[in-house]
Ligand binder design. Structure first.
Ligand code: CAP
Ligand code: MG
Length: 440
């Protein structure tokens, strides 16, 4: 045990000088929890497995402090002096410390970072969101309801003109927001610039026909930052201000990619797609971090919105508690499931993006699960599998939302709206949680 990292009952670390973290720890074999805690604190801050002769009084002050443990739950609380982190507002650096080497420690069978809290002085170094859902609502004139979106499906394989046609049909059916699916990038059958050009034409046509403004979220994730910037600049050249968002695959492209786009394009909605997060966040994974931690880090990095799960209502794993907690954390609403209260200071909110197996039938259940409508919802197959096509699928989503706003059941409301009626019949017939398998 590295005793200097164990300071149970230390209250000084709770007075605004330390980042606080809580881990669920499963030591191997008979390793004592406190012993494991000291090794985690060392490896995630200034130490290693053995004390070194090169340490100084100041370097010692940069050590993590185990200030509390809950033996029965395997919980270890560690405080980190916030000055140890890169002062240039670098989220990647926080993750490298707290979710880096420690995940590989041979003495641990499990290590899950469950929650994190940033002191006010530390928050001042971080960007937070600049263009929020509030700006998007203003542009779309969409208030007191979710922003209604889709993901163009099939996930890959449409030519540029076919892609733009799907966008047009969704927007013509009344939808607000279309996103690239997370792997759509610059494929030879749908070159990025050609797709942008045709999406612009589709958007102009749909706006003229509907009298409504529309938004498209373009995936600018790429092999290198220069290419990301080149793609983002092209979108900015072709599209009207406010009519586009930039999507970044935050897990696979990385935190530096997210923050590069945030810092170069502060007037654009930054859409954090979290493909790959399951490797870290699934509740059955003993090693990783929670959706709550991911969401808080995304807010620190300046994501305007991040996918936060469907509370077990859609196709992806996730629970009502976990997903709603992280969604409301993104908005700064303190709900149960937090270990720490987080005062976000001046950092603007990050909105939940709700996606994954959603369809018009599931809209009201989700709104009731999360308790508000300050989110973007995107339905992929839930729109494009509608028996009468994408435009009808979009109309069904809009009708389901109107039914909710008027507090009328979709069954009742659909008596005068055939697109919604067909959607109800179709999605009730298809086990909308078909991806749900009985977890044994
Ligand atoms: C949803 C989706 C999203 C997932 C990501 C997909 O499509 O496009 O990427 O929602 O999950 O590829 O599955 P569907 P999460 O609407 O057709 O399911 O939002 O949980 O990160
Ligand atoms: Mg997707």
């Amino acid at each position: 045990m590295q005793k200097k990292y164990i300071q149970l009952g230390n209250e000084e670390v709770l007075k605004g000088t330390h980042l606080l973290a809580v881990f669920k720890v499963i030591p191997y074999g008979k390793t004592d929890l406190l012993d494991a805690a000291s090794e985690i604190a060392a490896e995630s801050s200034n130490g290693s497995n053995i004390e070194v002769n090169t340490a100084t009084e100041f370097s010692d002050s940069m050590g993590g402090v185990v200030y509390k443990v809950e033996e029965d739950k395997g919980l270890v609380y560690i405080a980190y002096p916030w000055r140890m982190f890169d002062r240039a507002g670098n989220v990647q650096n926080i993750v490298t410390f707290l979710a880096g080497n420690v995940f590989g420690m041979s003495s641990l069978a499990g290590l899950k970072l469950l929650d994190i809290s940033f002191p006010p002085d530390m928050l001042e170094n971080y960007d937070g969101s600049s263009y929020t859902i509030d700006e998007m609502r203003k542009y779309l004139n969409a208030y007191d309801r979710p922003i209604l979106g889709t993901i163009v499906k099939p996930k890959i394989g449409l030519k540029s003109a076919e892609y733009a046609d799907v966008c047009y049909n969704f927007w013509a059916g009344g939808g607000d927001f279309v996103k690239n699916d997370e792997p759509q990038a610059d494929q030879d059958f749908a070159p990025f610039t050609e797709t942008v050009d045709l999406v612009k034409e589709a958007m102009d046509k749909a706006e003229t026909e509907t009298g409504q403004t529309k938004v498209h979220s373009f995936n600018v994730s790429a092999a290198d930052f220069d290419t990301m910037i080149e793609r983002a600049d092209y979108v900015q050249k072709i599209m009207k201000p406010d009519s586009y968002a930039f999507l970044v695959d935050g897990i696979t492209a990385g935190w530096t990619a997210v923050q590069t786009i945030r810092r170069r394009y502060p007037d654009v909605y930054l859409h954090f797609h979290r493909a790959g997060h399951g490797a870290f966040t699934r509740e059955e994974n003993p090693i990783g971090f929670s959706v709550l931690v991911l969401t808080k880090l995304a807010r620190l990095a300046g994501a305007s919105g991040i996918h936060t799960g469907t509370s077990g209502i859609g196709k992806m794993s996730g629970s009502q508690g976990e997903d709603v907690t992280s969604a409301n954390s993104a908005l700064g609403k303190i709900t149960k499931g937090h270990f720490f209260e987080q005062d976000w200071g001046d950092l603007k909110k990050t909105n939940p993006i709700i996606s994954g197996g959603m369809n018009p039938v599931l809209l009201r259940p989700f709104i009731e699960a999360i308790g508000h409508t300050d989110f973007i919802i995107t339905m992929g197959a839930g729109v494009h599998s509608h028996p009468d096509g994408t435009k009808a699928g979009a109309a069904a989503v809009v009708q389901a939302c109107t039914a909710w706003k008027q507090d009328i059941s979709i069954e009742e409301y659909s008596k005068n709206y055939p697109e919604l009626a067909r959607a109800i019949e179709f999605f009730n017939a298809h086990e909308t949680q078909a991806h749900k398998v009985e977890k044994n």
